[in-house]
Design a protein around this ligand. Structure first.
Ligand code: GLA
Length: 734
């Protein structure tokens, strides 16, 4: 009886697989989201092909017609065809460097909070070498997540020369590629260029700061330069914490191949029999309505589907102590800062670098990393005393740490010189002027030490609600005194596996602590980190003008609530530029608002305005942190003049921001148009966050969504450093 039941179950399960694998009887798998279709040919015994990815195919005829157009390898392997760009290369035990992967089976299953998970199982025709390709659909957000898993049953290790996450191809056209480059103090600047024949790389091999130079994200506009609200656009971002490579190749047939994954340079991986090598996820989407929709797809996915850790939790307004006191953290100043911040309505205080080190007090960057004991000479009564002061002032409390790093001048280095990474016979290059090095996270004891830094802080001080996790050095002297000689090329991958292991342990034990990912500013701005982190520090540059550009760039993939954005002093410490306080607030309010300055240096008028701005932000916080973002006027095309807005999901409320940094004599500004509203609805428009009385006449007026979007409003912001914030509320008119 038991056996019969088992056989029936087996029959049922195999029918489900077969039925889904050959849903149309032709081996074609369809993976759909709300507005898009992905078609793959996965015939048993044949190499899988990508047939189509684009806007939704509505009829069987459309489907039939589109199937013949692309026919690109779904996961091209190096070997039999050697001249093409490839997603995977493996050297077998016998020295054969090729793969010939064909479909074994296909499975599809429903996912709990998403759409479907499709698994396409591939096997080499000759060798016991297997690749599973995964595609998870998020229908509502029009997002697909893809990754691969590789294993084998060969006698000895197989060396993976490359193992990309995926390969996506787009049909013959002209393409424009947008990417997000930068360096310290000017991260995620947007640039676009036409894709020429050949290869383009968006890549990183810094080891730690994996988004400080290029961000691991790409937007491809098909047929014309990209626009916000029209045109066919593909976009993808790699969720990885380490070195990556997004390779774009416009091949001789003018098909564009996009191959994202771990950067294989210096990372050949010796895969033992039975071990599964899982690649990072590539998250992608498509829109026929321009890149604005692309961004909203990513934002909604991050907020609703866990792309951003605790994405649905409102974020507190915080004061960070860094630009206020730098290394001179001390009770008197910090207590005063907390008191001042509470008086303007702040919600959390974060103590930055400089609070630790006993034998070697941390007074500059040259010492103490690793010695995570509070310096009682600076902080009377220790961390608990600060937490108590924060609580007395009605604030939460947060703390800065940089746990992967070690200074040569530290007690930790004296005790564990072997914990750094490096190469035999060479002196480890540390960060010039700092004696700062990275620790070897391939060592279990180092990972345990890092976990314990956080664990000890959070168990000893349950009043710590927030951690700013920094990383101010890259990996130099790639190599490990811990790994055997034939596994030295594993270092980058093993480091990040170690790091992710620590993050996972922290999240299992402390699901509610808020964590910021920071690496000399915006060096860790990607979904590999955001799986564990609530937000990221966009840049060490807090100048409001440059922030408009950087936050604009970051907004293409990341929701505003994830972008920590602080009002700092004037003149600004990075640029020397003096920008009025209102403008500074109006820019910072389009992210997770915070402050980073000495509030005591403000005059009464500024204090009053700060209080007002913080209250305003509390009112619009749900719109900014969870609403749909519409980019309107781009600073890149208008010398910093910009506007954007956030609309709630039922289009009943919105908040609009416009910036006019430079005065131009005789300039006649066009009306500022909006987007994302309900054209049929009527909205009451009111200026908020004004210094004095609201400046616009429409304040009491009611305007239709259609008018606001097609005609727009003329706004009184033609002066130097002028900005405006408008709140829109849908009204019912009888
Ligand atoms: C990095 C961070 C800054 C600050 C300093 C402290 O540069 O990006 O915000 O925390 O480190 O050393």
């Amino acid at each position: 009886m038991k056996n019969t039941k088992f056989i029936i179950l087996l029959l049922f399960v195999s029918l489900f697989f077969i039925d889904n694998a050959c849903a149309q009887g032709d081996g074609v798998i369809e993976m759909s989201t709300k507005n898009n279709t992905l078609l793959v040919s996965a015939k048993k015994g044949e190499a899988p092909l990508l047939l189509y990815y684009g806007s939704k195919l509505q009829t069987p005829q459309d489907r039939q017609f589109s199937m013949g157009k692309l026919r690109a390898p779904l996961y091209p392997a190096y070997g039999l065809v050697c001249q093409d760009e490839y997603a995977i290369q493996a050297t077998h035990t016998d020295g054969n460097m090729s793969l010939d992967l064909v479909v074994e089976s296909v499975e599809q299953s429903d996912e709990k909070n998403a759409g479907q998970l499709t698994t396409i199982r591939l096997k080499d025709r000759v060798y016991p070498f297997f690749v599973d390709l995964f595609f998870r659909t998020f229908p509502e957000q029009d997002i697909i997540e893809t990754w691969s898993e590789i294993q084998h049953n060969e006698k000895k290790d197989v060396v993976l020369g490359k193992a990309a996450s995926a390969a996506i191809s787009l049909p013959t056209s002209r393409y424009w590629v947008s990417q997000f480059n930068g360096r310290w103090a000017c991260e995620t600047y947007l640039s676009e260029s036409e894709m020429m024949r050949g290869v383009k790389l968006i890549a990183n091999k810094e080891g730690i700061h994996n988004s400080g130079s290029d961000n691991p994200s790409v937007i491809v506009s098909i047929g014309a330069p990209v626009a916000e609200d029209h045109g066919d656009v593909f976009a993808g971002t790699l969720a990885y914490v380490g070195n990556y490579k997004i390779l774009l190749n416009l091949d001789p047939s003018t098909r564009l191949n996009i191959i994202p994954g771990i950067n294989e340079e210096f990372s050949a991986y010796h895969l033992p029999k039975g071990e599964k090598f899982k690649t990072p996820s590539f998250i992608f989407t498509y829109s026929s309505n321009g890149k604005g929709q692309i961004s909203r797809n990513f934002h909604r996915w991050a907020i609703d589907q866990g792309g951003l850790y605790n994405g649905q939790k409102p974020k507190d307004i915080l004061l960070n102590s860094w630009e206020g006191v730098y290394f001179n953290q001390n009770s008197a100043d910090l207590n005063r800062m907390m008191q001042d911040f509470a008086s303007v309505g702040g919600e959390m205080f974060v103590m930055d670098d400089g609070w630790f080190g006993v034998k070697y007090p941390r007074n500059d960057k040259s010492s103490s990393l690793g010695d995570w004991q509070v310096d009682l000479n600076k902080i009377n009564g220790g961390i608990q005393a600060l937490i108590d002061t924060a609580h007395t002032n009605g604030l939460k409390f947060g703390i800065w740490i940089e746990p992967e790093m070690i200074n040569e001048k530290s007690e930790l280095y004296e005790k564990h010189p072997e914990w750094i990474n490096g190469q035999p016979n060479r002196k480890t290059i540390n960060r010039p002027g700092r004696g700062q090095m990275t620790m070897d996270l391939t060592r279990k004891e180092v990972c345990d030490f890092i976990f314990n830094i956080v664990d000890t802080l959070l168990t000893k001080y349950p009043g710590i609600d927030y951690i700013k996790w920094d990383a101010n050095h890259n990996i130099t002297n790639q190599g490990s005194f811990n790994l055997p000689p034939d596994k030295q090329s594993h270092y980058y991958i093993a480091y990040h596996r170690g790091l992710e292991g620590v993050f996972a342990r922290i999240r299992a034990k402390y699901p509610n602590v808020v964590m910021q990912s920071c690496a000399s500013g915006g060096g860790r701005m990607c979904y590999g980190f955001l799986k564990y982190f609530d937000e990221f520090w966009v840049s060490d540059n807090t100048d409001a003008l440059q922030r408009i550009y950087m936050q604009w760039g970051a907004s293409h993939f990341f929701p505003a609530g994830a972008m920590a954005s602080h009002v700092s002093a004037a003149p600004n410490h990075q640029t020397g530029r003096s920008i009025p306080l209102k403008f500074r607030f109006d820019v910072a309010m389009t992210g997770r608002l915070g402050m980073e300055m000495q509030i005591k240096s403000m005059n009464d008028k500024e204090l009053l305005f700060s209080k007002k701005a913080i209250a305003t932000y509390k009112d619009i916080r749900p719109l900014v942190q969870f609403g749909d973002m519409y980019r309107l006027v781009s600073p890149y095309e208008n010398e910093g003049m910009a506007s954007l807005m956030f609309v709630d999901r039922d289009k009943s409320q919105a908040v609009f921001f416009a910036y006019h940094p430079r005065v131009r004599a005789g300039e006649d500004l066009p009306a500022w148009r909006m987007s994302g509203l309900d054209p049929k609805a009527l909205y009451q428009v009111a200026e908020i966050n004004s210094i004095d009385a609201p400046r616009i006449a429409v304040a009491a007026n009611i305007v239709s969504g259609d008018y606001l979007m097609s005609n727009g409003l003329r706004l009184p912001i033609s002066g130097e450093w002028s900005s405006i914030v408008l709140k829109l509320e849908r009204v019912e008119v009888k």
